[in-house]
Structures are given as C-alpha cells and as structure tokens.
Design a protein around this ligand. Structure first.
Ligand code: GDP
Ligand code: GDP
Length: 457
C-alpha cells in the first residue's frame, strides 16, 4: 500500500523541479481527456525504497479567466483532498510572501499531514528564508534544493513514519491483501512491521568493508539483490543481526565492478556518498594501519552534515601489538580531527577474525536509539532554565538576549528550536554550550544535534 503526496505552493517556487526529480520519466497525466484542463500532474515517485504517487499542481501560471488567487485556492483544495500528505513549498530565497500565507491557511485547516519545504535552500542566501518559514505555523521547515537534490534524504526520513502509518492502516482495512510492497521479497507476503535498520559501511578501499559485511552476514545471508529505487550501483542486503532486521548498504560492490583502475578512489567515494544518503547509521571503517586519512575524514564529516548517526570502527585490530597505547592515540586523534562527532562511539574490530562484532552491534544499536530519541518539552524547559542560570546569555549593548522556550521539533537526528529575543546576536559559542549540554544531560552521544534559534513573532 502506498500513499499520495501533493506538492503545493505558489508559482515558481520549484514544485515541478521536485516533481521531476521524484518521478523521472515515470509520468502519467491525471486529466488526460480532451476538454479537461490538465492542471494536476500525477506520477509514480521513487525515493529509496519508498514508492508513492505524487501530484504536482503545475500550470497555475497559465492565464485563465479566473484570478490567480482563486485558481490557486481551488487547485490546492483539490490536491489536498486527493492527497494523504501535502508538501507545501516556499522559495527560501524570496522568503515568506503573502501568497504563501494563503496556502498555509488552507493547509492548516484542511490537511492532516503537511511537510513544509523551504526550497532553493542551497547556500547562505536561503538562511533567512528558512528561519522565516517557521512563522507559517506548520512546524519545522525542511530545507530543500530540488534543483541540486539536497535534502532528499531528510524528505525520505520525514516520509518514512507516515508511509508506515498508511501501510498499517491499509493492513487493518484489508487484512487479506498484500501490503508488503517489496517486490524483491521471495518469502511469504505478510505485513512487514519492523522496517529494517539502514546501515552503510563506508571507508577507503581495502579498509575491509567487504570482509566486515561478510563476517556480519555470515550464514544468515538473505540476499535481496540490487535495490531498484535509488541506483543500481548501491547494493544492499537485508538480514537479521542478533534479532534485529538490518539492511546493509555495501559500498564495495560497485568498486569491484569498475574496470578502470585509476578511477577506483573516486568511484568508491561517490559510491560511499550515495550509501550515506539513505542510511540511518553510518559505520566509518578505518584501517588501523592508516587511520583518519583525508578520505575518511571527508566521509565522516559528510555523514554528520547529512544528519546520520555515526559509528567509527577501527579495523584490522588483530594486526596491532600495542593495543592500549594505540587506542589512546586513536581516541585523541578522533577528538582532534572530528570534533563535530564528539561522543560518537569508536570501536575496534577485526573483520577477519570476527572479534569485536558484538561491540560494533551494540554501538550501532545505541547510536540508532539516540538518533531517534525524543525529550519532552517540560523536561527541556526545566533543563533550559538551569542552563541559563549557570551561564546567562550575553547582553550585547546592555540588553540581555532572552531565551524563553524550547521544544524538540524532530528526531532522526534530534532537532530543537529555541525561542529567542535576538537570535542573530546569540554567539555560536553559546549555541555550542547548549548543544554540548543537551548531549551530556540527555545522554545523546554519537548523533548530530540540530539547534535552531527562532525569533518570536
Ligand atoms: P513551479 O512553478 O513551482 O513548478 O517551479 P519550477 O519547478 O518551474 O521552478 C521555478 C524556477 O526555480 C526554475 O527556474 C527552476 O530552475 C528554479 N528552481 C527550482 N528549484 C530550485 C532550487 O532548488 N534552487 C534554485 N536556485 N532554483 C530552483
Ligand atoms: P574493502 O576494499 O574495504 O572492501 O576491503 P576488503 O574487505 O576487500 O579487504 C581488504 C584487505 O584487507 C583484504 O586482503 C582483507 O583480507 C584484509 N582485511 C580485512 N579485514 C581485516 C582484518 O580485520 N584483519 C586483517 N589482518 N586483514 C583484514
């Protein structure tokens, strides 16, 4: 069972661009009969392993007798009726315009599930518009660049729980029918409740990725083959790891197929990037002989910026004689070279002998749990009061910046918004103080934490 997503918003914000990205060439026209205005386009969208129907309210710009406002309103209402989820798009470069407010009002009233997207979000020119988007009262905006493909993994993350919800509803309404949409699945068709944990193993060539994956999967191997959705180059395998359904993205697969030797490095990097996009937990596999190489640092940083949970695994530990000293050295290097991943677990493993697999499993599970963690607003605000007392925010020009209220707006990774009197004046160091506090006081190591300051309307 799938769901329908409508993309709505005023003209020129980038709706068709996103539609085309999601649909590619798998396009169908809804009103494809003579005499019927073709104002809603429908297509079969693919986003990683999700399949759904997407509706684009394109064609609004075309002149008709009807006023643009009236036409926008009518079309949007129709799309909202047809869709399970509405993706409401604004142009982050232009900021919030009066026309956007009209849409927000319709959606607040009529749509059960709204994803607010601030498009054209690439680069700093969009920063102000993204913050402004909060004022629409539709929750935290999803920063997108439909043109450059940025934010697609966040969109996927936001759609996942909704997709599960609709699948469950469908299963309840029609217990006899197939709801398992995984076409590659050869097994009995039963509703799949537990979605597998998505893990990517990334690292330089020869770090031991293939050996590690074979070691983990061992005899339990349940091959589901290439995932059609994203790209045929990223191979994933689903299996049970100590009772947990896991899908591992194998970034080594493509490299093995490469013919041209000198392209190896480059290929394995871009391959790793693709795997990171759709993973929940990224295992950065290092070779103890050459740990923290430039390439390792780059991909670890990327995983953090993409908001994935990160586990650092140091492989070939069997080759190390001075284990105690080496571990200390590795921890120091990790803290120095990857401060943005503070608190992420570092485990030592030997893919060859199988030592440390239990440690790796535990670290992945813990990181995933933390990545999904939700802290109640009441607890957060008690905590914030304490933080403000211990270390009050600065008072530029004699006026103290006031932090009034805080709430968690998302998980995967945890994201928080603080209402603040002059967010632009609050120094980065104060934000770091809060983020570090959140990490330690709510036990959230090894996950990116997003903290946004929002000015009060
Ligand atoms: P629609 O009218 O909402 O369907 O908007 P379009 O998809 O036709 O896009 C309007 C314009 O914005 C086009 O020139 C696009 O190339 C441009 N555009 C779309 N997405 C982005 C983006 O993410 N960044 C930037 N800079 N431009 C974009
Ligand atoms: P990939 O390129 O990252 O997939 O790396 P491979 O899994 O192909 O491993 C590269 C080489 O490192 C192979 O010769 C492996 O046998 C070796 N190797 C992998 N893991 C270990 C380990 O834990 N200990 C030792 N000593 N060698 C390993």
């Amino acid at each position: 069972m799938s769901f329908t997503l409508a993309i709505v918003g005023r003209p020129n914000v980038g709706k068709s661009t996103l539609f085309n990205r999601l649909v590619g060439k798998r396009l169908a026209l809804v009103d494809d009969q003579p005499g019927v205005t073709r104002d809603l386009r429908e297509g079969e969208a693919r986003l990683a392993d999700l399949r759904f129907t997407v509706i684009d309210t394109a064609g609004l710009e075309e002149a008709t007798d009807e006023s643009l406002q009236g036409r926008m309103r009518r079309l949007t209402e129709r799309a909202v009726e047809m869709a399970d989820i509405c993706l409401f798009m604004i142009d982050a470069r232009a900021g919030v315009l009066p026309a956007d407010e009209v849409f927000a009002e319709i959606l607040r009233k009529k749509s059960a599930h709204v994803i607010l997207a601030a498009n054209k979000g690439e680069g700093a020119a969009a920063d102000a518009g993204v913050i402004e988007a909060y004022s629409l009262g539709l929750g935290e905006p999803l920063r997108l660049s439909a043109e450059h493909g940025e934010g697609m993994n966040e969109l996927y993350t936001m759609l996942l729980p909704l997709a599960d919800e609709f699948a469950e509803k469908a299963a309840m309404n029609a217990p006899e029918t197939d709801v398992d949409v995984d076409e590659d699945d050869e097994g009995p068709r039963v509703p799949t409740k537990a979605r597998p944990l998505q893990v990517a193993v990334v690292g330089r060539p020869n770090a031991g990725k293939s050996t590690l994956i074979n070691q983990i999967i061992g005899e339990d191997r349940l091959l589901t083959g290439p995932e059609a959705g994203i790209t045929r180059d990223a191979i994933s395998t689903q299996f049970e790891w100590e009772g947990t359904p896991v899908r591992i993205w194998d970034t080594a697969g493509m490299r093995k197929k490469a013919k041209v030797q000198e392209k190896l490095e480059k290929l394995s990097v871009s391959d790793g990037l693709r795997a990171v996009k759709f993973a929940e937990v990224v295992v950065v596999l290092l070779d103890v002989g050459i740990p923290f190489e430039q390439q390792d640092l780059r991909i670890a940083d990327l995983a953090e910026r993409e908001g994935r949970a990160v586990v650092i695994a140091v492989n070939k530990w069997d080759l190390e004689d001075e284990k105690q000293d080496k571990l200390k050295e590795l921890r120091e290097e990790f803290a120095r070279l990857l401060p943005q991943l503070k608190g992420a677990p570092l485990v030592t493993v030997s893919a060859k002998t199988g030592r440390g697999m239990d440690r790796l499993h535990a670290a992945i599970m813990k990181s995933h749990e933390v990545w999904n963690r939700r802290v109640s607003t009441a607890r957060l605000n008690r905590w914030l009061t304490g933080m403000l007392e211990v270390h009050p925010p600065p008072a530029p020009g004699g006026k103290r910046i006031k932090l009034r209220y805080m709430t968690q707006v998302k998980t995967r990774p945890p994201g928080f918004v603080v209402m603040c009197s002059h967010p632009e004046k609050l120094p980065e160091s104060y934000k770091r103080y809060l983020v570090n506090g959140l990490r330690t006081d709510f036990d959230m190591p090894g996950t990116p934490i997003r903290l946004t300051m929002r000015s009060q309307a």
